[in-house]
Write a protein that binds this ligand. Structure first.
Ligand code: SF4
Ligand code: SF4
Length: 402
């Protein structure tokens, strides 16, 4: 394997500083909590968001703190099932379970929730949450290439801007928006730069370690410093040659939110290396920036967010285009498509993904349908190992990875 230079630490942190980026992001929830408490006591509203279609830039421009509330814990699901059907996606149930138990401190301190019309399960769950919590719903049209639909989305963001201005008696000027767009562009660029290390033949970190470099709250200056530091340390890291013998995996499908990383861990513990995570916890929401120099920054925001290739869109050809592009950049040897049970949109769309991956990219494909319970972990590991056998059997003689 070219470009592999002896062994080294793969934790991306080095050993020459007390507060490493890995240690910092290992305490991500505590860091976010401290930041939110300080911001709230300084008078900033806390705004809970539940989807990557929600433009954090608008919330930041209104002085708010956008915090992701998506649930990744199996523990809150029984409480959710008191009100919700058991046959519903684990992400929805976990998020709602925190609401019932009042056990998510960010949700409890939120001054407003911003929800969106994406999948039916979320949309109806929001109605129940809204009975006791202040909520604003963004209506997301779902025809991805329709000019009228984009215009409608722009209208929704214009209404949301006016709503935020009236609610907190602030003015969201184009100049404010340009500043928060620049902040979010910077955050996206830093996270993209970290992800780009996985393009190497011998990446200096694992997919699981990369996944930890993210934050539930966007725009925290200390996070930016740690992203920069992580990039610096990873550049200096000696790649681990063992990485070259692992099977390079591209993971796509449903979001893998904080606490719901089990399948990715199985994929890597079974001998794989997730070189690319396409989903909403990975690259999908951070690949496109917003043009901060435009005369109409709100329109630029509407366009960026409307391009997000989520399975709720029809047609969602942009997801297939994205997979083609990421496959060329990250050179996976196989694709694993994760579907949370009862997520109809990702489940049905997996058929198109499978066909494209196998016929066009010529890669082995595996669809894993599961939930947050660890009961099927052994079965998943067996299926993943069988996939890797197929990959290894297809490698040229003597090659470790492509
Ligand atoms: S997968 Fe779709 S619905 Fe879920 S967070 Fe991403 S954009 Fe939103
Ligand atoms: S994973 Fe699927 S069902 Fe669950 S919230 Fe996202 S789009 Fe909805």
């Amino acid at each position: 394997m070219a470009n592999c230079r002896g062994s080294g630490s793969t934790n991306g942190s080095g050993s020459h500083a007390a507060e490493t980026p890995s240690a910092w992001f290992g305490r991500m929830i505590e860091n976010c909590y401290r930041y939110a408490v300080q911001a709230k006591s300084a008078g900033r509203p806390i705004v809970g968001i539940l989807c990557e279609y929600t433009p954090r830039e608008l919330i930041l421009a209104a002085g708010g703190v956008p915090v992701c509330l998506c649930g990744g814990s199996a523990k809150t699901i029984p409480a959710a099932e008191q009100h919700l059907p058991a046959n519903l996606c684990a992400l929805i149930k976990s998020t709602y379970g925190y609401h019932v138990e009042k056990s998510n401190p960010f949700l409890e301190m939120a001054d407003l929730l911003v929800a969106e019309t994406t999948c039916d399960g979320k949309k109806k769950m929001y109605e129940l949450m809204a009975q006791s919590r202040p909520m604003y719903i963004l209506e997301l049209p779902q025809k991805s290439d329709d000019a009228d639909a984009l215009e409608h989305w722009f209208g929704e963001l214009s209404k949301f801007r006016r709503f935020l201005e009236a609610r907190w008696n602030v003015s969201i000027t184009n100049s404010n928006l340009r500043q928060t767009i620049a902040t979010m562009n910077r955050e996206r660029a830093l996270r993209r730069e970290l992800a780009a290390f996985m393009r190497s033949d011998c990446p200096p970190l694992t997919g699981r370690q990369l996944l930890d470099f993210r934050s539930s709250i966007s725009g925290i200056p200390a996070d930016f410093q740690q992203y920069e530091r992580a990039i610096e340390l990873l550049r200096a890291e000696t790649p681990d040659p063992a990485a070259a013998s692992r099977v390079r995996v591209l993971m796509t499908g449903v979001p893998m939110v904080h606490g719901a990383e089990r399948v990715l861990e199985i994929v890597e513990q079974s001998g794989g290396l997730v070189v690319c995570l396409e989903n909403c916890g990975g690259l999908k929401p951070i690949l496109e920036d917003v043009d901060a120099s435009t005369t109409d920054p709100l329109r630029a925001l509407a366009e960026k967010y409307y391009h997000l290739p989520c399975s709720v869109m029809t047609l969602n050809d942009r997801r297939l285009d994205l997979l083609r592009r990421l496959s060329a950049e990250y050179r996976p040897e196989c694709v694993i498509d994760l579907v949370w049970q009862a997520c109809l949109t990702y489940d049905v769309e997996s058929q198109r993904v499978k066909t494209m991956v196998e016929r066009e990219l010529g890669l082995p494909y595996l669809r894993i349908e599961t939930d947050y319970s660890p009961s099927d972990s052994a079965r998943i590991a067996v299926r993943v190992e069988a996939l890797y056998e197929t990959v290894r059997a297809g490698r040229p003689a003597g090659a470790s990875a492509r």
